[in-house]
Design a protein around this ligand. Structure first.
Ligand code: ZN
Length: 268
């Protein structure tokens, strides 16, 4: 069984038929997937979507691109989504569909995005919510690691344990090492199957399997050999196949280890 740990198939403008997408996923052995909120309204949408689909879970959060909008109703969404049982008891928790906070982080790629100071404040507020509810975090960090690590270390140095994943990681070996040092997982998707950058390829090939989570980020970043199509959770199998091939091990080994990683982090 594979888990797509990051997709956006709940979005209003996701272009494919959802029942077909679910059928494709199940045919490919992708039995669970996590729908990722990107703003307060989009997180609400994710919660409603996962309520109606078996094996689909939600992560709620405000993406750095939406930081200017503030947290909106996010705290209320989390309170309601986590109020149905005792989160420390797995059997009760499996009834829950809200399993993480994210995607949250810093993105300095676009000069017209939310101001960096606003992004930082919104990130810190959401890490505090994750700590309060003891939830893992799905981070989106792009061209902003120099500001990201001091924020994370502020929490760690205050005795907090940050559990989470750097989703869609495409950065340097150094930042991969920094993440692993802090106990974070590295989320890999279709990007790893088509990048031509030699240093990035070497970084992906060297990641320890027990630190990897597989994802699609559908509808974005469609992996080889499906480039040109709209991405969907079924294609996470191609990402697994690719990471087996570059390590000269079976897809099954990649599947077993990365699925166990996701189950452990998100208590699935
Ligand atoms: Zn995403």
């Amino acid at each position: 069984m594979l888990i797509d740990t990051h997709c956006h198939i709940h979005d209003d403008d996701y272009p494919l038929d959802i029942e077909q997408v679910m059928a494709h996923a199940h045919q490919a052995g992708v039995m669970q997937m996590i729908c990722i909120g990107t703003s307060s309204p989009n997180s609400q949408l994710a919660m409603e979507f996962v309520d109606n689909h078996d094996g689909v879970f939600a992560s709620v959060g405000v993406h750095p691109h939406s930081a200017n909008e503030g947290l909106g109703h996010l705290a209320e969404i989390i309170r309601i989504g986590t109020s149905m049982g005792d989160f420390s008891i797995k059997a009760e928790r499996s009834a829950h569909k809200l399993i993480a906070i994210g995607e949250i982080g810093l993105d300095y790629h676009y000069s017209d995005g939310s101001p960096h100071d606003v992004q930082k404040i919104v990130l810190v507020e959401q890490i505090k919510l994750a700590m309060q509810y003891n939830l893992p975090i799905i981070f989106h960090v792009r061209e902003a690691f120099d500001d990201f690590w001091p924020i994370i270390d502020g929490f760690i140095n205050a005795g907090q344990q940050i559990k989470g994943v750097l989703h869609s990681f495409t950065d340097s070996q150094k930042n991969a090492d920094e993440a692993i040092k802090r106990g974070l997982y590295i989320g890999v998707n279709g990007y790893s199957t088509f990048t031509k950058d030699e240093a990035t390829k070497a970084m992906f090939a060297g990641l320890p399997l027990d630190k990897i989570l597989l994802e699609t980020d559908a509808p974005y970043l469609t992996p080889n050999p499906f480039r040109g199509k709209v991405n969907e959770p079924a294609f996470v199998r191609s990402v697994a196949e690719f990471h087996g091939a570059i390590r000269q091990i079976s897809t099954e080994q990649v599947e077993n280890i990365t699925t166990a990683n996701a189950q452990k982090l998100f208590k699935l």
